[in-house]
Write a protein that binds this ligand. Sequence first.
Ligand code: AMP
Length: 208
Amino acid sequence: MKLVLLGPPGSGKGTHAMWMCGEYKIPHISTGAMLREEERRNPHLYEEIRHYIDRGELVPDELIFEILKERLAESDCRDGYILDGFPRTLKQAEMLEALGGVDLAVMIDTMPELIMERVRGRRVCPQCGKGYHISQIPGGKCTDCGAEVTIRSDDKPETIRNRFDVYDRVTHPLVEHYKNEGKLARIDGSGTIGEVAAEIRALLNGGV
Ligand code: AMP
């Protein structure tokens, strides 16, 4: 099962990919998380891409393609994958066809007001990368490793505005693209995590 999750920042792609990878036994591949990981793994490369991420711009297609190509060649991707944050441009959608393609693109439709509230409350563990909404962790500590959670540098209000803008202009046209390919499914992402998860299960277990 080769899945792509589509939706603006805060629509819940990462949240749902986290349980889906356990349930469907295919890896969750977040290109955003992979890029942030480069800060530790390859600080030299990260210096080159930091300014894109910190301004809410997309890193160049070619660079993200190289990173993803390596990841999809790993053996755990043999039976499929859940892509979260890729593709983000039509060019990337074409590139993905060359790497293994897509069975289904799931668009998580969510109201803009809800998304803003979610993004404002979003926190991340700087040590293990686990994501939270602030309301889930009143003490402000990661439940897995105990580190104090932080706000992602690109979740700051000025950057987030640009990320929404980039999404509308450059990424949202992918919805039409996958619709034309007959590969688009839409689900209502405005419910609770449990409600949205139930919709995703009904969609996928109904037969991909
Ligand atoms: P995310 O964690 O998916 O919200 O991604 C965080 C940031 O990483 C984005 O705002 C981009 O700067 C960069 N990024 C992640 N995925 C991609 C991609 N597929 N293409 C270009 N830039 C990306």
